[in-house]
Design a protein around this ligand. Structure first.
Ligand SMILES: Nc1ncnc2c1ncn2[C@@H]1O[C@H](COP(=O)(O)OP(=O)(O)O)[C@@H](O)[C@H]1O
Ligand SMILES: N[C@@H](CC(=O)OP(=O)(O)O)C(=O)O
Length: 439
């Protein structure tokens, strides 16, 4: 049995948390490969080390004094080292970081040091080998992750190692410069390591007892999902369920390795098992509900639109030319609506509208901003009649105005557009009708 264990920032925020992690790892000999994040928040008012490193980099690159922030970061590690009673000194590492800051090694380099230093501390604490992720995780010149090259090299390197700590979140480009994944990317590193060592299980340890049916910051005490499939999870994590990075399933999916989400503060809880496929019937019709705010809808109307071959392609090419990807595209006979991220769209708004006019001569183009998308996801939805009806009656009861509905033909997800202001209300209404009313 071989397990890869990833610990998030909340699990490594202090010496007290490190001790819990140490106990978890020592309790099971198969936990051979450890992927730590940078220290996270110790309480609601605290800062994540990664955020402090970004602030430090910004100060250094703008010629402002960064020393105070760097000292604060140093303080976080020293507190952990002292609390664990380790004979370890990070003088050399911090001197190297300062040199590189001044040499402008880049923002990604700065951000990655949170995981790098925590990896050194963790390896020391556990007596495991430390492997710098820059030596085994690779990106190309453009910064795209090199999945196959990484898998080959990492497999080879780890085949000679009994127990190792590999810091999460970063790797390197061909010129040796550091490149990070997007925020939350240590989850992806854990998955890459699990694939490379052909792990039996990828355990992802965090501060909640599994993947929850809804975001616990919106719904009080949501139920834990016992078993969820990769594709359900991908949809929920892409749509904002931040417990697992949206790309973390791809490497393990290639090998069919299950992921187990576990709680460092309650190791006795079984957590959530994420699998390729399962015979286990879901407890409720829906598996989960998640969503994101900050979308904008571009509504295009033109009489007889559906008879114009190539209409959709021409419209989408306008977005493509501005480098904007679209999220959803519900359409009617004479209407078509494109949902985009408001933050990506705002700067290009007028040029995109002008482009649409030039490309397809529409009758009307209208914009609606400050929208949220909610995804109701579940493999059980196909087998249950009236799911959409229940969703919409719950939303109507909660007085939520539905702006858009998009149901894939696979019938295991329904996407609903609502106003940003109605977002939390919509999530609670859907949770209540499918989970609380079911109990
Ligand atoms: N559906 C969900 N299930 C569980 N947690 C969720 C969900 N949606 C959002 N979260 C949030 O994700 C957090 C865990 O993710 P994250 O902060 O990245 O942890 P870590 O620091 O351990 O990587 C939880 O504390 C919770 O607030
Ligand atoms: N430390 C990085 C990477 C990461 O995955 O962190 P966490 O596991 O705490 O979400 C971040 O804050 O984005």
């Amino acid at each position: 049995m071989k397990k890869v264990v990833k610990f998030g920032g909340s699990s490594l925020a202090s010496a007290k948390q490190f001790k819990k992690v140490g106990e978890i790892i020592r309790a099971d000999k198969s936990r051979r490969f450890v992927v730590p994040s940078a220290p996270g928040k110790r309480n609601d008012r605290d800062e994540k080390v990664t955020d402090m490193l970004y602030a430090c980099y910004d100060a250094a690159s703008e010629g402002r004094s960064y020393k105070k922030i760097l000292e604060k970061i140093r303080g976080r590690y020293d507190e952990i080292i002292e609390g664990l009673g380790l004979n370890l000194n990070l003088d050399h590492e911090f001197a190297g970081m300062e040199e590189n800051f001044l040499a402008k090694a880049g923002k990604d380099y700065a951000a990655s040091r949170g995981e790098y230093l925590n990896g050194i501390v963790m390896a020391h604490y556990l007596g495991y080998e430390f492997i710098d992720a820059a030596e085994v995780i690779f990106f190309d010149e453009q910064g795209n992750f090199e999945a196959e090259l990484t898998n080959r090299e990492l497999s080879e390197r780890l085949s000679h190692v009994e127990r190792a700590v590999i810091p999460g979140f970063y790797g390197s480009r061909p010129d040796g410069s550091v490149k990070t994944f997007s925020r939350g990317g240590s989850d992806v590193t854990g998955s890459i390591v699990a694939r490379a060592v052909h792990a039996d299980l990828y355990e992802n340890w965090t501060d909640v007892s599994g993947f929850l049916v809804a975001d616990p910051r919106i719904v009080d005490n949501p139920e834990v999902i016992e078993t969820i499939t990769y594709r359900e999870l991908r949809e929920l994590s892409y749509m904002g369920a931040s417990v697992l990075h949206e790309d973390a399933i791809f490497p393990v999916r290639k090998e069919g390795i299950p992921i187990n989400i576990r709680n460092t503060n309650r190791p006795e809880d079984r957590g959530t098992l994420i699998v390729e496929t399962t015979c286990r019937k879901p407890l409720h019709t829906i598996t989960g509900v998640a969503g994101k705010k900050g979308f904008c809808a571009i509504n295009i109307e033109k009489a007889m639109m559906n008879t114009e071959v190539g209409f959709g392609r021409k419209v989408l090419s306008v977005f493509e030319q501005s480098g904007i990807s679209f999220e959803h595209m519900p359409s009617g006979i004479d209407t078509m609506t494109i949902f985009v991220h408001q933050s990506e769209f705002e700067d290009h708004e007028q040029s995109v509208i002008a482009g649409i006019h030039r490309a397809v001569s529409p009758d009307v183009v209208e914009l609606e901003s400050d929208l949220a998308l909610v995804a109701v996801v579940g493999r059980g939805m196909r087998a249950n009649q009236g799911t959409a009806g229940r969703v919409f009656s719950a939303l109507a009861h909660a007085r939520v105005n539905v702006k858009m509905i998009d149901q894939g033909s696979s019938e295991w997800n329904i996407i609903i557009g609502v106003k940003n202001d109605d977002f939390e209300k919509a999530i609670r209404a859907i949770y209540d009708i499918f989970v609380l009313a079911d109990l």
